[in-house]
Design a protein around this ligand. Sequence first.
Ligand SMILES: Nc1nc2c(ncn2[C@@H]2O[C@H](COP(=O)(O)OP(=O)(O)OP(=O)(O)O)[C@@H](O)[C@H]2O)c(=O)[nH]1
Ligand SMILES: [Mg+2]
Length: 165
Amino acid sequence: MKNYAPADIRNFAVVGHASSGKTMLCEAMLACGGVINRMGRIADGSTVSDYHVSEKNRQISVSASLLHTEWAGKKLNIIDTPGYLDFISEGLGAMRVGDFALVVVHAQHGVSVGTDRVWELCDTMRHSENDRGERDGQGERGFRRGGETGAGTVWPACLPVEACR
Ligand SMILES: Nc1nc2c(ncn2[C@@H]2O[C@H](COP(=O)(O)OP(=O)(O)OP(=O)(O)O)[C@@H](O)[C@H]2O)c(=O)[nH]1
Ligand SMILES: [Mg+2]
């Protein structure tokens, strides 16, 4: 196994409102890093993160999953967390051990109660990812709504998730 210097390791939690696209974003990261050669799908129950039978059946994340990949010489230890508030304790644990949190905001639905909840808990490092607007041009609107919360630094990133399939 490759050894990484501590400076080359990034541990972070992926958090956000339910069904905002956290698991698919993680799947895209694994595909981009070459860990998997094609992206799985939520509908097929074929993502790396949602591996448990209850997650496949419900098509939602139920527990935090530890994933890892490498990008630009950095080892990324990614903790994908469930967005449903019933399982928020999984996200709390992940945020505690992560160096920072990546907050995923649904570009069309914008900031929701789950976003507010995790944002309150992210009081050290804040990082917002705004995706899912690429198909209908609504990403910009969702991003503006994210910025209007005044919760910290927010910047948009458009991820062509279909390109990896
Ligand atoms: N169009 C589009 N659909 C997406 C995108 N990302 C995720 N989806 C779909 O949105 C649904 C929810 O995606 P997930 O990745 O499971 O969302 P999540 O935030 O992990 O959900 P929970 O963990 O259950 O809170 C699935 O049907 C995905 O296929 C995206 O970038 N664009
Ligand atoms: Mg998920």
